[in-house]
Write a new protein. Structure first.
Lengths: 518, 666, 163, 327
């Protein structure tokens, strides 16, 4: 594969040659940040000593979902809000659907809840797999210092072997087929209705679910194995994981069941302090008392923090309201996993990383694999549940709508949909708290720390830049989501300015991964 | 751009000629025709533009034909009068030059511009927009063929009054089969009720009866009396008509009109008001409408017949009929469906009901009659066998005739009923002749145009009939003077003498005006034609097409179109018959090709159109339109959600191009 | 997919004259317009008539197209209820009109800019009144420039504007 | 070995679902990737914008661009890719028609900003701080791209050669589109690379459609138990299928929910919303305006229904886009 992407044509050579010469002397461009859903920009400012003074993580867009959702019939929201993100549409669809349950005060029949969680588990497993192999994987499977042309899914496939590659792809397809079968289509599903789901699961469908679930469990085990066999032995990478560059002591939030075990679909939100002890546990309705958003003039991204503790700027520690969500946070926030294999892996993870809470950003990748195992196991439990095929999958809403809140754990972290409507069910106000917003502050900090640790006037090469990217690729940040308020996509620009604010240096990486510095 | 350059719709190379008509000064006075044709020449695709005094004239048409040949035109725009007038004319011109007639677009710069706007600048600007739009549209026109469909030679005539009778006979004599439908038990209409006809005073019955019997026995006429048209489908040349035969309770073919059943009826005397005599006499439950009735067949009135009410009648009528067995009390209404190529409506008129003018005392004072009632009173076959007497049986010594009752009156009907002056004169003459009474006419204006009419008026003046010019204020029995005791006093201002008169009389005749039939609206909807605002049926053109309607193949004759006297009604009936014959004898009729067609490769069978088609022309499930059934309204085209249906000559692209053309700035 | 929309030139000292596109059915309203002509009635010259066989042929796309191409108002004329030459085409027109008007309002286009009139072949006077009245109302509203539809503003214009 | 056509996948204002759609080619992804030389694909590969800028104009065979255009960056990228690519493909509903975020065009820019940064219930913004194009922090100058006033479809920004419909496009359509473009001869410019027949054609419920459709009330999906077999319109549900280009295999309807129209109009229709409006209204029963209004009132949100994906490309908004004053 990768051979095909080597330069061959004369035109190409001329092209890059011209590009290099055209390139003026005092700028670094690393453009765009790749392999994450959505976009970001980093501005780095050096001090007189040529060391990093400040680094800003910026997100530059707005789509206005809160606004243009107004006036729409609220039952359309699951399908409208899923367009916030095409990578985790099912998460938005599900949070929205749960908000509708709450809005119409209607309890879905047991079978409907199980169908929802079945779809959701398949989705989480698939999404985590996508990130592990297609987005994050290249860094630690192929290796952070590998040439650009190899650091992609095709590179991963080259490394793990085409057959495995095909397996990965097949697994992803089968999981997405489950979502499609029960929910219409994998990207932007249509199953969600207040009080249930649009469609029942037939015995035939259940059989397919059971088949895929079994495969999924095997696949999850296999993936865990890859991580433990290929990644963990890579001392270089493990050193990275635990290095201070990628470590922040913040609060962590995640959804848990009654036994404080991780749950993606339903439960209460639990927040632990930087020291790992429980800070608070609250139901969806209380999110308003606990979460607040902060605005910086230099980013379209809104930064979430814990309201009672307050916004103390981009700093970690118990006094700062900065908190984080997503796999790492979830595993910190819960006391364990609800399924055996996952519980195992969880314990191994905690012990290897020296107990909870785990503050190492890059551990997100490991945590993600453990969640993948849990999702697969949970999928299997539900697939085997006899009640799954019940015909009774909807209760019709009767109450007059007014206000509803829905919360799920999206692959990238806690997701809150909150609607207010008139009595006809026309949306008047929508409040959306998405995962990456809640990680935004921590991501900004990670980036700044990474930049400070890695970049200086004389130390700036491709590997370094990729490591800066890794700092937030680990969060699997979805700016599609985070910028639900803002549209589209924007490349990450890493520019280095001197104390006088003048852009001073440029590292240019060509597609062989060679680094040029003028 | 006289080289016919592309207009951006892939129609480069089209060569358009634009022709602006002056219509004498009708257009030229308000629209700058020279500037208009000058402007047209600047439009993409236009290679020649002219303005000419009368485009519709032969030289005008030749101009187009020559240009088509000379300049190799393949599209033509004519800016003139309404396309509804001369589109056919110019299409023929194109055809003569060997061009498809539908490569024409007519711009209405007369009715829609020069005649309705005053400011020359504004009118000219509007005309430019319209021409620009037409030029852009015509570039997209596709060649079309008119559809030719055979014509059914049969004709339906609705209404058995003098107009209907005459039309039916004319067509039947020409060898066409005619279905004559009359809702009353007998044909004859109003004319059959009259005694004499003005101005010749010949007996109405004497001239009408022969025609009636002719109708009754004409081999080419199916006379359907006591019947009504209930449904009309189809289109010119091929109408499907459903007719309801109301039950007579007498079997037509068996009844010979001997009336023994009438004599035998358990009712020794009539108890039911006689419709034909306007209730001035009574009839039995079984009766012959009137002596000369055609068909000569009795009718049984279920409202009046004991058998129908109680079932306990001796049924002497059936006995009387004996083995002929013509009476069938179980008879039900039946329906007949016929196919005809043309339809003539001769549904006639109604008379004004003077109760609507209380001050005239009708219905309050027994000796106040309407003119029609008096026609029956003085008719030999009428309730009094022709004796004009008061309710007490004595002959009147003084009679007042009030003209224009319900006519020429803002409060009732604005129009002049046209016949009242003349029949009032006729009645005045007859009253004087029969009773020698003093006759006073109260009139607004005497209107006596017509052959021998004015002379008849002079004759009446000589006969000593009084004429008082003035509207009647009121009629009452209030006596202001002993001489008025027991009399009806007519108060009217004598506008010639200039003072108010009080005329005591014994009898008053109200010359009631003519009105559209009360059900004229239902009838016109049934036949899909229009009514003028007064409710008279609307002719296609007041001068050039007085008996045609906007619905091809449907003609109108007689008083259904407006007040008429007998000769006019008969003349119109003849005209309508001639039009119908012309249509039928052509053998085929050409239909506009404006039908809709489905692009089957684009149709998703969503079925939206199927539910919409008023003619069920679209096959269930959609996908195919039956071109013969389609009438080209375009409703399905507008509704087709995937744009799979198009309408000839009104394609989306053509109309959108017209819109763009109208709004584009020069 | 782009369609050009031309709005009137600004002529100093010349008052705004609405441009109205009318869709008249061939059997009633178009005839009424002809009758207005033969009766020499006078009315405002702002209306441009497009002849269709039936008001049922009016595709909402035509109406939007007219507005899009620069019309300030759109008038649909058909036969009175029950009088349609094609039985019920005018009812189809009515139903589409009502929904389209609701949608246009939602898009911020004033009700008076879009109108449906039943005018029979005999009602030349009614046609005159309808046209004049509509022209008056639209003139009062001023030109339709779709201002309510957020317009794309060049980056430079926005640069300094507070977001 | 012969050079393979260079291909770019890029996203503008999009949710990423279109890129997922490409990954959904699954096994066929490897086949496609083998046939082309992907020189730019931010979501999955480490090539940078500079790599593209380095290419000679026209050096790229095809640029598949998803997402609508709402900020200056996206506009620049669209123009850059237009220069570099022989063929520009508007990929997915947002690029083709403006997409669901295009509904934002119902509101003004300030409204959207304030809804995002001032009105949210969780917002803590006493000083009413708003993101701004230029700002200073610790004495350092920071910049943000311009949030433009309006969402635009791709062809309202640059010339577009082909369209791939769907939100997101179905794998089958993506595969056919790509292989068509790689085929020996290109389809006519402006083609939408999908079947040109409305959805009903391929809908599994087609045969359950009653011979004559008509409406006295429209139902909202949450108000009724939806029959899994019967035509949704026949159940009074607002299904956009009749006015929507098919090719998606009617997946939403298989999910027992109405089509919302992401396929856009067929090539015979200019304005999808107007056409569906016409079809539905025509089928409403009743002759009295009040009666008809009562039925129509059960269509809760006409614009949101008829222009769910196509507002920016609709006749009116496209016109606004190109409004010019006559000389």
């Amino acid at each position: 594969m990768q051979k095909d992407t080597e330069p061959q044509s004369g035109t190409w050579q001329e092209g890059s040659a011209r590009a290099n010469s055209e390139y003026i002397r005092h700028r670094i461009t690393l453009d765009p940040i790749t392999r994450l859903e959505g976009h970001g920009r980093i501005e780095v400012f050096l001090d007189d000593a040529g060391q990093v003074d400040h680094a800003y993580f910026q997100v530059p867009e707005l789509r206005g979902f809160e606004k243009f959702s107004q006036g729409r019939p609220v039952e359309e929201m699951p399908q409208i809000t899923s367009r916030i993100c095409g990578v985790c549409p099912t998460a938005h669809h599900m949070a929205s659907t749960k908000a509708l349950d709450d809005l119409y005060k209607v309890e879905p029949p047991p079978a409907a809840k199980k169908i929802r969680e079945l779809i959701y588990s398949a989705f989480v497993a698939e999404d985590h797999a996508l990130h592990f192999y297609f987005l994050g994987g290249p860094d630690f499977i192929v290796g952070p210092e590998a040439p650009a042309a190899e650091r992609n899914v095709l590179g991963v496939i080259a490394k793990v072997g085409v057959d495995v590659g095909k397996e990965v792809i097949a697994m992803r397809r089968h999981l997405r087929e489950i979502v499609a079968m029960a929910g219409g289509k994998p990207v932007h599903p249509v199953f969600g209705l207040p009080g249930g789901v649009a469609k029942r699961i037939t015995p035939e469908m259940q059989q397919q679910c059971q088949k895929v679930a079994a495969e999924a469990v095997e696949f999850a085990k296999f993936t865990l194995q890859i991580f433990e066999e290929i990644v963990l032995p890579n001392t270089e990478y493990v050193r990275l994981i635990v290095s201070d560059l990628y470590t922040h002591r913040t609060y962590y939030m995640g959804q848990v069941d009654e036994q404080n075990r991780l749950n993606f679909y339903d439960g209460k939100l639990r927040v632990v302090k930087p020291d790992g002890t429980e800070w608070k546990k609250f139901g969806p309705a209380e999110y308003l008392q606990n979460i607040a958003e902060h605005v910086e003039p230099w980013s379209y991204m809104k930064f979430c923090y814990l309201k009672p503790i307050g916004w103390k700027g981009f700093s970690d520690g118990a006094d700062s309201g900065v908190y984080s969500v997503a796999p790492l946070a979830r595993l910190n926030a819960c006391d364990g996993m609800a399924t055996p294999l996952a519980q195992n892996a969880y314990e191994r993870y905690v012990s290897t990383l020296g107990g909870k809470p785990v503050h190492h950003t890059l551990a997100n990748h490991w945590a993600r694999v453990i969640e993948l195992v849990y999702a697969a196991e949970r999928l299997q439990e539900l697939a085997n549940d006899p009640e799954l095929t019940s015909e009774h999958v909807r209760n019709l809403p009767t109450a007059t709508p007014r206000e509803g809140i829905g919360v799920v754990e999206a692959p990238r972290g806690t997701l809150v949909h909150h609607y207010q409507t008139d009595e006809q069910g026309f949306l008047q106000h929508a409040n959306l708290i998405v995962a990456t917003q809640q990680n935004a502050a921590r991501i900004a900090m990670s980036v700044e720390t990474a930049a400070k640790g890695l970049i200086s006037l004389d130390h700036m090469d491709d590997g370094v830049l990729n490591k800066v990217e890794m700092a937030f690729r680990a969060y699997d940040p979805c700016h599609g989501c985070a910028t639900h308020a803002l549209p589209g996509s924007m490349p990450l620009v890493l520019r280095v300015h001197d104390a006088k604010g003048k852009t001073v240096a440029i590292v240019r990486r060509d597609r062989n991964g060679d680094v040029k510095r003028d | 751009m006289p080289d016919g350059s592309p207009n951006g719709n892939g129609h480069s190379g089209c060569r358009v000629g634009v022709y602006v008509c002056h219509c004498g000064t009708n257009i030229a006075a308000t629209v700058d025709v020279a500037a208009l044709s000058g402007y047209a020449l600047t439009l993409p695709g236009v290679v020649v533009a002219r303005d000419y005094k009368y485009m519709c004239s032969d030289p005008g048409q030749d101009l187009i034909v020559q240009d088509i040949r000379e300049y190799g035109l393949d599209r033509v725009v004519v800016a003139a009068c309404s396309p509804l007038l001369h589109e056919p004319t110019f299409r023929r011109a194109l055809a003569r030059a060997g061009l498809n007639p539908f490569f024409l677009q007519v711009v209405n710069v007369r009715e829609h511009v020069s005649w309705v706007h005053l400011d020359k600048g504004e009118a000219s600007a509007k005309a430019k927009d319209l021409v620009r739009a037409a030029v852009r549209r015509v570039l997209l026109h596709k060649p079309l063929e008119k559809r030719k469909v055979p014509i059914n030679p049969n004709v339906l005539v609705v209404g058995g009054g003098i107009a209907g009778i005459h039309a039916a006979l004319t067509l039947a004599d020409a060898g066409k089969h005619v279905y004559l439908v009359e809702r009353e038990p007998s044909i004859g209409g109003h004319m059959a009720m009259f005694d004499k006809t003005f101005p010749t005073l010949d007996c109405a019955a004497c001239i009408l009866t022969p025609k009636m019997t002719q109708v009754g026995c004409h081999p080419n006429i199916s006379l359907w009396a006591y019947s009504e048209v209930v449904q009309v489908d189809g289109y010119v040349g091929n109408y499907k008509v459903k007719v309801k035969h109301k039950p007579r309770y007498v079997i037509d073919d068996l009844c010979i009109g001997c009336q023994e059943c009438v004599t035998a009826c358990v009712f020794k005397a009539g108890k039911t008001p006689d419709e034909f005599n306007l209730g001035l006499s009574k009839r039995k439950p079984v009766y012959l409408p009137f002596p000369q009735a055609v068909p000569q067949k009795v009718v049984i009135d279920p409202e009046a017949c004991i058998e129908f009410k109680s079932g306990k009648c001796k049924k002497t009528c059936i006995e009387a009929c004996g083995e002929r067995g013509a009476i069938d009390l179980k008879q039900k209404e039946t329906f007949a469906e016929v196919e005809v190529g043309a339809i003539i409506l001769a549904t006639g008129f109604a008379t004004f009901d003077p109760v609507r003018k209380p001050y005239l005392g009708y219905g309050k004072y027994p000796n106040i009659y309407t003119s029609l009632e008096v026609e029956r009173l003085i008719n030999a076959s009428g309730p009094t066998a022709g004796e004009l007497v008061l309710r007490d049986g004595t002959p009147p010594k003084a009679v007042g005739i009030v003209h224009c009752v319900g006519s020429r009156d803002a409060n009732t009907n604005r129009w002049c009923s046209k016949v009242c002056c003349m029949y009032s004169l006729k009645l005045a003459h007859l009253v004087k002749e029969r009773t020698g009474a003093e006759v006073y006419n109260f009139y607004i204006d005497m209107r006596t145009p017509g052959k021998g009419y004015e002379e008849f008026y002079d004759r009446l003046l000589d006969e000593g009939v009084h004429f008082i010019r003035g509207r009647v204020a009121d009629i009452s029995d209030w006596a202001a003077h002993p001489s008025e005791e027991g009399k009806l006093v007519i108060r009217a201002e004598d506008t010639l003498a200039g003072f108010v008169r009080r005329i005591p009389v014994d009898m008053v005749i109200l010359s009631v005006g003519l009105e559209p039939q009360p059900d004229a609206q239902q009838v016109r909807r049934l036949f899909n034609i229009s009514c003028a605002s007064e409710g008279w049926f609307l002719e296609r053109h007041p001068k050039l097409a007085p008996v045609s309607t906007f619905t091809e193949g449907v003609f109108i004759a007689g008083a259904c179109q407006g007040p008429r006297d007998i000769p006019e009604a008969v003349a119109q009936a003849g005209a309508a018959s001639a039009e119908a014959l012309a249509l039928i004898d052509a053998g085929v009729v050409e239909l506009e090709p404006y039908t809709a067609t489905v692009d089957e490769t684009a149709c998703s069978k969503c079925g939206v159109c199927v539910s919409l088609c008023p003619y069920s022309a679209i096959a269930p499930g959609g996908g195919v339109i039956n071109e013969v059934l389609c009438k080209g309204c375009g409703t399905c085209v507008a509704a087709c959600p995937s744009g799979a249906i198009r309408q000839n000559f009104f394609e989306d692209c053509e109309i959108e191009e017209e819109i763009e053309g109208l709004l584009a700035y020069a | 997919m782009l369609n050009r929309r031309t709005i009137p030139p600004v002529v100093p000292g010349k008052a705004f004259e609405p441009r109205i596109v009318a869709f008249f059915c061939n059997w009633c309203t178009y005839l009424a317009a002809d009758l207005a002509g033969t009766s020499r009635l006078k009315y405002a010259p702002n209306v441009r008539v497009i002849r269709l066989m039936c008001s049922g042929r009016v595709d909402p796309q035509f109406v939007l197209k007219a507005f899009a191409e620069g019309a300030d108002g759109v008038l649909i004329g058909g036969c009175h209820p029950g009088d349609c030459h094609y039985q019920e085409g005018n009812y189809k027109a009515l139903r589409r009109f009502l929904l389209l008007r609701r949608m246009l309002t939602q898009m911020g286009i004033e009700e008076d800019r879009f109108r449906l009139e039943w005018i029979s072949a005999a009602e030349a006077d009614r046609l005159k009144t309808a046209v004049n009245d509509m022209v008056e109302k639209v003139r009062a509203l001023g030109p339709l420039s779709l201002e309510h539809v957020p317009k794309f503003v060049e980056a430079e214009e926005l640069e300094e504007a507070p977001v | 070995m012969p050079t393979k056509p260079k291909v770019v996948f890029y996203w503008c204002a999009s949710c990423g679902g279109c890129d997922e759609a490409i990954l959904d080619l699954d096994e066929r992804l490897l086949e496609v990737a083998g046939a082309i030389d992907i020189v730019f694909w931010p979501v999955a590969m480490d090539f940078k914008r500079k790599d593209v800028e380095a290419l000679p104009d026209g050096a790229v065979f095809a640029a598949f661009i998803n997402g609508a255009v709402r900020n200056s960056e996206q506009e620049e990228m669209a123009q850059l890719l237009r220069r570099k690519a022989k063929v520009v493909v508007a990929f997915g509903s947002c690029a083709q028609l403006g997409g669901i975020p295009g509904l934002a065009n119902l509101f003004s820019r300030p409204d959207i900003i304030s809804a995002a940064y001032l009105e949210p219930l969780t917002m803590d913004n006493p000083d009413r701080v708003l993101p701004s194009v230029h700002s200073r922090c610790n004495g350092q100058e920071l910049e943000l791209p311009v949030f433009q006033d309006r969402v635009r479809a791709l062809d309202q920004v640059v010339e577009v050669d082909y369209y791939v419909p769907g939100c997101p496009p179905m794998p089958r359509i993506v595969y056919n589109a790509v292989t068509t473009l790689l085929g020996s001869e290109l389809p006519p410019k402006g083609s939408v690379l999908a079947p040109n027949v409305a959805l009903c054609e391929e809908c599994s419920r087609k045969d359950t459609k009653p011979e004559k459709l008509s409406f006295t009330e429209f139902k909202r999906p949450h108000q009724v138990l939806i029959d899994e077999k019967l035509c949704l319109l026949a159940q009074g549900l607002l299904c956009m299928g009749p006015a929507t280009r098919g090719g998606c295999d009617a997946v939403c309807i298989k999910g027992n929910m109405p089509c919302t129209g992401c396929g856009g109009p067929t090539s015979h229709v200019r304005d999808q919303g107007a056409k569906m409006l016409s079809a539905l209204a025509s089928l409403v029963e009743g002759k009295e305006p009040e009666e008809i209004e009562r039925t129509l009132a059960t269509i809760p949100d006409p614009v949101g229904l008829f222009y769910r994906y196509g507002l920016p490309a609709s006749l009116l908004q496209a016109a606004r886009q190109n409004q010019t004053r006559a000389a």
